[in-house]
Design a binder for this molecule. Structure first.
Ligand SMILES: C[S@@+](CC[C@H](N)C(=O)[O-])C[C@H]1O[C@@H](n2cnc3c(N)ncnc32)[C@H](O)[C@@H]1O
Length: 463
């Protein structure tokens, strides 16, 4: 039988060394390798030389297999047709200059892809006939007549796989069709991820893109809403995390909590439940710290995660607490201005002046007092006095604090009734120093109630 592959000791019809270079193989070290139609084992020998293992060659010619075994004893060679392929899986499978011998070429490609490991590659070197139509063209060669696909036909045959044309292969004397190299792998379903925060336009972008491609969009907000309404089956832990302080207006906080509680995996499973291993777009806010985890969870489920990122257009809303503070301050500024006016007179008697001391803390030479108070207009009094023993001190600077709990309780129009006051009191070291007279009050107004015994509301940073 004629010599096909070329070795230093035996020149064959094929320029095998050049073909090896044209195949654009990935790194083979530590990878399993199968060559189908391996001939005298040149490519198996190379894979073994590169540290691949196991390396298996299959050819139906006993003669070629015998020669291959002699040349490369470190590889395993099987004399059998590709009708019966080794099970694998293999990280790299090679089918070079042999597809045209198959009775059913698409079926052989499919059988080989099925033997790939999850991220494996089928290296296909084949002749492609010249035609703009999707057709198989019978080509007369010196030795026989074989069917070769046109490029449009190859596209059809490979439409279920992920594949890339890698370039031309080497020509052989008398070749009637040009040879090409194509790399093929399993096609993974794609998960398009739109995980930016609320207000970035995720839903608008998703609806502009994916319906045209017939790709379903899963809305994270809708999914959480379904769980909240009891319409989606999830674990008790995930249900509890969703229901904790549930509000359809604060789903970002719900999602943050779910991930913080380690329930992100179950949430991803809930999103994918509808996708059924097909392409899907996920319009779901995920805190950026968990983007990597979501991508990994998707990869583990066989998806190819593709993240879409963009800058927010326009200004973000202020954080809620900051906005509340600004609004309260504005409201209070109007109360202050109105305090002399007649209108405020009517309001004056609405509340009984009151005050509380929630916490007393020694911080160095300072005594820090925290609580809330209102005057008859429902506002925090402008002047607070502190009596320690015989000494009465006017608090110079009062930090106003939001107390929505007091606002709710008293039905106040605003929550800025909390205070944090500091006075110099180097003589106070322990709670015992306050037992002989400690009072917080407004001159001519309320004396603030202590929220507990002095020793229970007292703490110290310096003791
Ligand atoms: C043109 S040679 C290519 C050899 C090698 N792949 C290369 O590119 O150097 C085709 C090879 O496919 C083998 N072959 C043909 N039909 C086969 C089949 N049904 N099963 C296994 N091998 C086959 C032949 O014995 C031959 O070694």
């Amino acid at each position: 039988m004629a010599q096909y592959q070329s070795f230093p000791s035996a020149a064959g019809d094929s320029r095998t060394l050049d073909k090896l270079k044209a195949l654009r193989l990935p790194s083979l070290e530590g990878r399993s390798f199968l060559d189908v139609g391996c001939n005298e084992g040149f490519f198996c020998g190379f894979a073994h030389f590169q540290g691949a293992g196991p390396v298996v060659g299959v050819d139906h010619s006993q003669l070629f297999i015998d020669r291959a075994r002699l040349r490369f004893p470190g590889c395993e060679f099987k004399q059998q047709g590709w009708e019966k392929l080794p099970e694998g899986p293999f990280d790299v499978i090679l089918l070079a200059s042999a597809l045209h011998y198959a009775d059913d070429q698409p079926a052989l490609i499919q059988a080989l892809v099925e033997r790939l490991s999850d991220s494996g590659t089928l290296i296909l070197e084949l002749g492609i006939a010249s035609s703009r139509k999707a057709e198989w063209i019978d080509v007369k060669r010196g030795i026989d007549e074989r069917a070769f696909p046109s490029m449009p036909m190859l596209r059809q045959v490979l439409s279920d796989y992920a594949w890339k044309w890698m370039g031309p292969s080497v020509l052989q004397d008398g070749d009637p069709v040009a040879r090409h190299v194509v790399h093929i792998s399993r096609r993974r379903p794609v998960a398009y991820l739109l995980m930016q925060p609320p207000g970035y336009g995720k839903s608008s972008i998703a609806s502009g893109l994916f319906p045209r491609a017939d790709i379903p969009i899963v809305s994270g907000d809708e999914q959480i809403g379904l769980v909240a309404k009891g319409k989606a089956k999830v674990s008790e832990a995930l249900r509890a995390a969703i229901m904790e302080g549930y509000s359809p207006y604060h789903l970002d906080q719900t999602i943050q909590r779910i991930f913080e509680q380690g329930l992100g995996g179950e949430l991803v499973a809930l999103w994918l439940g509808q996708a059924k291993d097909n392409d899907v777009a996920l319009d779901v806010y995920v805190p950026s710290a968990y983007h990597g985890a979501v991508e990994q969870l998707l990869e583990d489920r066989g998806y190819l995660p593709v993240q879409l990122r963009w800058e927010r257009v326009g200004q973000a809303p202020l954080p809620e607490a900051m906005m509340a503070e600004q609004a309260e301050a504005f409201y209070l500024s109007m109360l202050d201005v109105a305090s002399d006016s007649r209108a405020s007179e009517a309001r004056r008697s609405q509340w009984d002046p009151a005050g509380f001391v929630d916490e007393v803390m020694v911080d160095g030479d300072q005594l820090v007092i925290r609580g809330w108070a209102i005057d008859e207009s429902g506002a925090l009094p402008g002047k607070i006095l502190v009596k320690i023993g015989r000494r009465t001190i006017t608090v110079e600077k009062i930090d106003r604090q939001l107390r929505p709990d007091v606002q709710r309780h008293l039905g106040l129009p605003h929550a800025l009734v909390g205070y944090r006051a500091s006075v110099a009191a180097p003589e106070v070291r322990t709670s015992a120093d306050l037992t002989n007279g400690f009072k917080v009050f407004v001159r001519g107004g309320a004396t603030f109630q202590l929220a507990g015994e002095v020793n229970t509301i007292f703490s110290s940073r310096t003791q």
